[in-house]
Design a binder for this molecule. Structure first.
Ligand SMILES: Cc1cc2nc3c(=O)[nH]c(=O)nc-3n(C[C@H](O)[C@H](O)[C@H](O)COP(=O)(O)O)c2cc1C
Length: 211
């Protein structure tokens, strides 16, 4: 089993990384492969809504051939996805938002790659805006028919300068717990895959409130 984490901070080894690494401590203890991919320092264009990914359905973002297309195959293969972002103005850091909009749109356009994968979000924050950012990251899972485990608090760690979050002992315990719960959910899925049938997918009715 493999879990891919996305570090959406510009800092390679900042507080977001620290939170993601603590999730990994638990996953590794449970014998699960874990890789953190850093995207927050890259130049990533936002989604331009061209709809070409839905038209071509070739598994890529047709508009921009960048790190999104490099990472997408890894996300497609992963059993679980962990999204990490620092809080910027009470929201997802801009570069990470650009990455997620395009990656999740392509995954959806190509038949729902992330359906029934496990998804968890973590955020790093100095003071305030953590829950809003955490909620925003969870919206990507909620639209993708994913399974979202929880922890003993919302998955938020506190710190300002890179590495400061190592002093947030409760935050670290929250991250360790979400790692354990991701592992447990993955193992439950594996154990029951021959005994329980997954709910079937269906062609969703697409309404936009005017007809
Ligand atoms: C542009 C910018 C906006 C920020 N906005 C907030 C904010 O709204 N609330 C907050 O508490 N901290 C805010 N911070 C602080 C970061 O969330 C905090 O330093 C975090 O730990 C950074 O994580 P990192 O080390 O992974 O980059 C902001 C930092 C920057 C650079």
């Amino acid at each position: 089993m493999k879990v891919i984490a996305i570090n959406g901070s510009p800092h390679a080894k900042g507080n977001t990384y620290l939170a993601l690494a603590e999730v990994g401590v638990s996953l590794k203890e449970e014998g699960i492969d874990y890789e953190i991919i850093h995207v927050g320092h890259k130049q990533i264009h936002g989604c331009i809504g061209c709809g070409k990914c839905q038209e071509k359905r070739n598994g890529t973002c047709v508009a921009f051939n960048d790190v999104v297309n490099e990472v997408l195959p890894k996300l497609k293969e992963a059993d679980a996805i962990v999204l990490g972002s620092p809080v910027y103005y009470a929201g997802i850091a801009g570069t990470m938002k650009c990455f997620l909009d395009r990656a999740f749109y392509v995954a959806g356009a190509n038949g729902g790659w992330f359906r029934h994968k496990v998804g968890a979000a973590v955020v790093a924050v100095r003071r305030s805006g953590g829950t809003m950012t955490f909620n925003s990251l969870n919206h990507y899972f909620g639209l993708s028919d994913m399974l979202v485990p929880t922890s003993v608090y919302w998955n938020i760690i506190h710190g300002l300068i890179p590495g400061e979050a190592s002093q947030d002992q409760e935050g670290i315990e929250v991250m360790n717990t979400i790692g354990k719960n991701i592992a447990w959910m993955l193992k439950m899925k594996e154990e029951t895959k021959d005994k329980l049938t997954e709910p079937a997918s269906f062609a969703k009715t697409f309404t936009n409130f005017i007809r």
